[in-house]
Design a protein. Structure first.
Lengths: 231, 231
DNA sequence: AATGTTTCTTGATAATTGTCAATCCCAGGA
DNA sequence: TCCTGGGATTGACAATTATCAAGAAACATT
């Protein structure tokens, strides 16, 4: 592992308060792997053997049942995914695959759990991380239950606008994936974009211009309790 | 507080490994309150001041946005709700109201956080509890994203059948609430029950008979990764 | 027992969303 | 440069679900 990677990882919230010896042990036991796009990292239903942390690239968490599939979340650097199954020593409830070429740190679950039991700063940080994961899923669930698909798209565009600090946003992944993440078909996503035309949304491939943010926000009706990722 | 209540609470997973002094402190600081039905206990968006534990009765967690409302979960004795907001010292993302007359233990967040930091058995138990909460929401989210409303009803009936260990189940709360919890309107719930008639489902008020469990399961296609509450 | 209120059902209709198919466009590889 | 494969759009149609309204049924109150 390169020293700059090690430093980057050390600065992660979940590791930064950790005792030095424990961190060294964790890193020694870990694998930092590069995966090509569309590589399945974990499969739902299997035992959780590693804690994964996205160092570079992007990972899609998805679920499958009865011949259907849906994108549950996108994980960006530098974030972990599926912490609960590790802490509970349970099976994964979702699968994960790389969306683009990615570098992923894989920490054996057994080490995570051992250090969790012995390093208070680490266990506290893990709890905060897990709380964030829980609240994020609750917000996603509210989004699906309380909004129509067009409203979900509108709010997502407003979120990208804030994150990218520009009215001219670039979708971070392809529209098929965005549709699945927002709980609709690609066809319906196309239609939703067209529905937002009267609210000033201009579409050119993966470039979206928001020409009247007030109109769009008036339609979308964002609420921090769903849309603010820091809440 | 009655000794039998205290004993019951002590036996909860999250408290049973806790140091005696810490438990005494927690109980001294807490309130055990009886609330009538339809009493709002917490409101989304407000700071999380207490950890609530349902001792008797039933509590509905619900969310509101843009004039709409949806039931997110039902909490039964003896369970806590909305742990993440306490641990993170954040606002509630959902509201809660009693569904029937209920007894609820309210523990000040400040005491929870203090003991969390000092009692390793308690913090470990809290993490397992939080992991369970996270996984439960993930499963609910998968249920909504991957199934039609009729399929959701069918799987819910199969779940009640297992829990009640009988083909003749009693719905645990009214149909309006069940509809909201399953993410549909009451009208659509009525229709969904009718759709399940050819699969052997007989409805008499809040009594439901499952007369052909294989046919129903063949339609419902349950999967432990969504439907098994112990996974 | 009568009355009032709430829940639930049912029908008609509208709206939303999915499915299927055809076509276009773009990116990557030979 | 050409070809191929995959993503995206659009249209037609189907399916699912919501909305509105009326009536029936169940429950609570006087």
């Amino acid at each position: 592992m390169r020293p700059e990677d090690r430093e980057q990882i050390r600065r992660l919230n979940i590791f930064e308060g950790m005792d030095d010896e424990n961190f060294d042990e964790l890193i020694r036991a870990s694998y930092l792997q590069t995966f090509p796009a569309q590589m399945e990292l974990i499969t739902e239903g299997e035992p959780a053997d590693f804690l994964h942390i996205v160092i570079e690239g992007c990972v899609e968490l998805f679920a499958q049942a009865n011949g259907r599939e849906s994108t549950m979340a996108m994980v960006y650097p530098v974030n972990s995914f599926i912490l609960a199954a590790i802490l509970k020593d349970a099976v994964y409830l979702m699968s994960a695959r790389t969306n683009k070429k990615s570098r992923v740190l894989m920490i054996p679950a057994i080490n995570v759990r051992r250090i969790f039991d012995t390093d208070p700063a680490f266990s506290k940080a893990m709890v905060v991380e897990l709380s964030n994961c829980y609240r994020s899923v609750v917000k996603d669930h509210k989004n699906i239950k309380l909004r129509t698909s067009v409203e979900r798209l509108a709010n997502r565009l407003l979120r990208y606008r804030i994150a990218q600090q520009t009215d001219d946003i670039t979708l971070p992944y392809d529209k098929k994936l965005l549709a699945s993440n927002l709980g609709m078909t690609p066809e319906n996503l196309s239609r939703a974009f067209n529905t937002l035309k009267p609210y000033g949304v201009r579409v050119d491939g993966n470039k979206i211009s928001i020409t009247d943010v007030d109109e769009l926000a008036n339609f979308a009706k964002p609420t921090p309790l769903i849309d603010d990722q820091s809440v």
